[in-house]
Design a protein around this ligand. Sequence first.
Ligand code: SAM
Length: 284
Amino acid sequence: MARRAAGSGRRPKLGQNFLADRSAAGRIVDALGDVSESTVVEIGPGRGVLTDLLVGRAKHVIAIELDRVLGAQLRMKYTHHTGIEILEGDVLDIDFQSLLRRPRVAGDANHPFTGPARVVGNLPYYITSPILQHLFSFHHLFSMMVILVQREVADRIAARPGGREYGLLSATVQLYARIEKLFTLPPGAFAPPPKVHSTVLRLTIDPQDQALGVRAADFLEFLKLSFGQKRKTLVNNLKLHYPEAEIRAALQKAGVRLDARAEALPLTKAAAVLKALRSSGDRC
Ligand code: SAM
């Protein structure tokens, strides 16, 4: 319940650091490309610095805000606009399938465009990972996400395997999307200023599950298990679910060292281990 906002101007607990740099707002919306034929889902519109730009450009805007006072203010602000819906609620509760694929009602001017939607948001940083996981569970509905996240989180998302920063978040995002780091903003670009720098990322949805020969849901479970305890080797993490002899055989078959840790493995190798485990399990 901690996330439920009763509503007031600024709630630090809801990650309310509003973007004050209008030129940065323009660059963020520009990074979405031509949205004149697209639905854009905005996460956490706040006082509407990005929303103001989106309403003139996008075919349809769906802005999801948890703070009830901000939501009500936005609804008043855009009361005379068509092509924008303000939803008050927690983005983590949104069923995007029902929202974006709802049947058209006759005479409804406010209806999402049927093509893949784009997502934009200066995300509330306290729930960046849950938001990404939630969005990716509906990845078939989206083509692109332009998001502002804490710089260190952006670095982790874009990290390559083998480095210190590569982890479950990197692997998950890289399973679903191509990542571009666009630009970084200092704390002074926001009001009130956060303690951290912020980086704008563009994620172009490009799921790798088919190319890797795995089912995304199974592979995500396998990745969670593999990264279970950071200091443990892959063998030790996987031992929670697989017999050790099968793990060792699978690593050998996939060409992975027996003392490897999950953070050393590119997605191709991780998928090869999962497939080798599957085939040894099938033989039993
Ligand atoms: N987009 C605005 C801007 O750039 O100035 C506000 C960004 S502020 C960093 C994050 C916004 O997300 C706030 O308006 C906050 O109330 C909202 N928010 C926080 N948690 C949320 C949630 N779970 N679902 C939807 N909105 C949320």
